[in-house]
Design a protein around this ligand. Structure first.
Ligand SMILES: Nc1ncnc2c1ncn2[C@@H]1O[C@H](COP(=O)(O)OP(=O)(O)OP(=O)(O)O)[C@@H](O)[C@H]1O
Ligand code: SF4
Ligand SMILES: [Mg+2]
Length: 329
């Protein structure tokens, strides 16, 4: 489809460590359309960050490497793109917001220096114009006293303000795709809501596509059009946010949604999926979720299911859909 901005096709990203090969991302396919907000959810260690870092080609290497698949950004496969090309893509066409803004902001330079530099790399404008633009960007992301804040250092700002600065930086070049990896996890609930509102506003006003990584289904419900559920390096379910949250198909998604606290019901004990996400390793057989799945049967321990295409564009990786159409592409 022509309005696909990002197409991950059978992406494989592995880490080659002294303790063996770690297939952190194992055949992930995800599309993001123009102006769409797609969420990636899943428990810690399921490969959300490695997927997003792969798109930016920022997986630490060694030990990490993209070993297969395609990352098609507006039709261009970035897997083989040079570092020179990637420098242009990053910040210009695709921007990324990381979980902890302090790691991305340089403590030695003022907010203004860093914003102005980001703007001037991509736009040929004078220092004075860049400063004015930086102030406007800070105002746009709701930073009060922008004229003063611009001359302050990152440590002088609160966590919420730093995250806003990161968003201002990420948006300063009008990227077509914004990748946000847990952008609100470190923030308190009120600030979290404000940051989500801000991302929604940017999405609506500039038609920016957003790939939002989170482990919080509340955040997904708030902002995402579509959601992809990952488990142990693979996509296990995909659908519109409404469909997946209302009627999850995959046993893992069912467990995730069942473990959400319900506001109006007092439960004696909150449900949690037994066990933890296994560390990916080479040569695994069977469904990755089988050891934790309450529906598992013999076949689940012998074969890994393919993704099944269900009604209305949904995908789910589970043998329980065996009577339904299978993704054989
Ligand atoms: N530099 C690395 N070296 C070796 N293994 C790594 C490295 N980075 C990530 N991994 C492994 O890749 C897998 C996926 O990690 P990833 O960071 O993508 O998880 P995540 O879904 O983002 O989790 P979280 O919710 O905790 O951020 C994990 O098993 C992790 O141990
Ligand atoms: S394939 Fe089997 S183990 Fe895997 S999710 Fe489905 S029922 Fe559970
Ligand atoms: Mg992560």
């Amino acid at each position: 489809m022509s309005d696909v901005v990002l197409e991950l096709n059978d992406l494989h990203t592995y880490f080659f460590t002294d303790n063996g090969e770690i297939p952190a991302v194992e055949g992930v396919s995800i599309n993001v359309h123009k102006g769409e907000v797609v969420g990636i959810v899943g428990e810690s260690g399921c490969g959300k960050s490695v997927t997003s870092l792969s798109v930016m080609k920022l997986v630490p290497s060694p030990p990490g490497r993209i070993v297969g698949g395609e990352i098609n950004f507006k039709g261009e496969n970035l897997v083989n793109a040079s570092e020179k090309r990637m420098k242009k893509v990053r910040g210009n066409e695709v921007s990324m917001i990381f979980q902890e803004p302090m790691t991305s902001l340089n403590p030695l330079f003022t907010i203004g220096n860093q914003l102005m530099e980001a703007i001037r790399i991509h736009q040929k404008i004078s220092k004075k114009e860049a400063r004015q633009k930086s102030i406007e960007m800070l105002q746009m992301v709701g930073i009060p006293r922008s004229e003063a804040i611009i001359d302050e250092y990152p440590h002088q700002l609160s966590g919420g303000m730093r995250q806003r600065v990161m968003i201002a930086m990420a948006m300063s070049c009008n990227p077509e795709l914004l990748i946000a990896d847990e952008p609100t996890t470190a923030l308190d609930v009120t600030i979290q809501a404000q940051i989500l509102d801000l991302m929604k506003k940017l999405n609506k006003e500039k038609d920016t596509s957003i790939l939002l990584i989170t482990h919080d289904l509340g955040v997904v419900a708030e902002i995402c059009d579509r959601v992809v559920v990952m488990y142990s390096g693979q996509v296990v379910e995909e659908g519109t946010t409404r469909d997946v949250l209302k009627s999850p198909q995959h046993p893992y998604s069912k467990g995730l949604i069942r473990s959400l606290p319900k506001i109006y019901e007092r439960e004696p004990k909150l449900y949690s999926i037994p066990g933890t996400v296994p560390k990916p390793k080479k040569g695994r057989v069977g469904c990755r979720f089988a050891p934790r799945c309450e529906f598992a049967f013999d076949r689940c321990f012998q074969e890994n299911p393919e993704l099944y295409y269900l009604n209305s564009g949904r995908r789910s990786r589970c043998f329980l859909h065996d009577d339904q159409e299978k993704d054989v592409t």
